[in-house]
Design a protein around this ligand. Structure first.
Ligand SMILES: [Zn+2]
Length: 271
């Protein structure tokens, strides 16, 4: 019996750092997300835009995902509209949140990307268009893979995995609804122009990945899940997942080689 539980525990502990930014059913199956004073959020006097006393516990639940999330001490984000919002396994978007300013990003996408995935919030869409245009000028051809994912889509996806593999296993590769950055409309998975290595480790080290690492911040984006930071972000290295946070914050984060969690001095996810 003891052996049984320790096996289960080890499986979970080993699997956690491998959790990726599960995109579609197909790519989720393949993969799968400070020394200085905390900066002020421009829209809030609080320490950071997520600060909230509310938790997702003990609320009425009408989906399996919501019911399960009650077992974790996950904070509900107070200011989900904030551009530099921190969304991770401990900070979830309110169930009712849907970005109100989504537009189609006018960039080339892989053929398999459906309409929803081509959307981003207005400011992020304008920034990604500039980034793609400048990359192309420098002979770096990028393609969008997956940007926005609605809360409803994430619930459907997560519940599908729970039914198929059980809750514990599903958690190792699929984000709980509300905790995926793709629901903010501020994140996008990209790949190289040849369409290979979509949301896969082989994207790391490519010309496109190196360009993003060097230049993404100039357009307000960060490499959200950097190498060697999985104990802080809760996700393994994902060179393809970039997140819009605004230029000033992006430059500071990338220059200092830190994560969004460290920028806010938030609790490491896997601690
Ligand atoms: Zn992603």
């Amino acid at each position: 019996m003891v052996k049984f539980f320790s096996t289960i525990l080890c499986t979970i502990m080993l699997a956690l750092p491998l959790t990726g930014c599960t995109g579609t059913i197909q790519n989720a199956e393949k993969n799968h997300q400070s020394e200085s004073k905390p900066p002020k959020d421009p829209n809030n006097d609080n320490q950071y835009p997520n600060q909230s006393t509310a938790t997702s516990g003990n609320t009425s639940s009408d989906t399996e995902a919501q019911k399960y999330s009650n077992t974790d001490s996950i904070q509900v984000i107070a200011k989900p509209k904030s551009i530099p919002v921190l969304v991770n396994k401990q900070n979830k978007l309110p169930d009712s949140y849907n970005p109100s300013d989504l537009i189609y990003a006018k960039i080339p996408f892989v053929n398999t990307a459906g309409a929803e995935k081509r959307k981003m919030r207005k400011e992020a869409a304008a920034a990604i268009e500039k980034l793609f245009a400048e990359a192309k000028q420098q002979d770096v051809n990028l393609l969008g893979v997956s940007a926005y994912r609605s809360h409803a889509t994430q619930i459907t996806l997560f519940n599908y995995y729970v039914k198929r593999d059980g809750y514990k296993k599903a958690r190792t590769y699929s984000a709980l609804p509300g905790t995926s950055e793709h629901e903010t409309g501020l994140a996008i998975d990209v790949t190289g122009g040849n369409g290979k290595c979509q949301a896969q480790d082989c994207f790391g080290g490519t010309k496109e990945a190196i360009w993003l690492q060097t230049h993404a911040a100039e357009y307000g984006f960060i490499i959200r899940y950097p190498k060697g930071k999985s104990s802080i972000t809760g996700y393994k290295y994902e060179p393809w997942h970039i997140r819009y946070v605004g230029k000033a914050i992006a430059i500071e984060i990338m220059d200092r080689g830190i994560t969004l969690e460290e920028y806010y001095q938030a609790t490491p996810v896997n601690k």
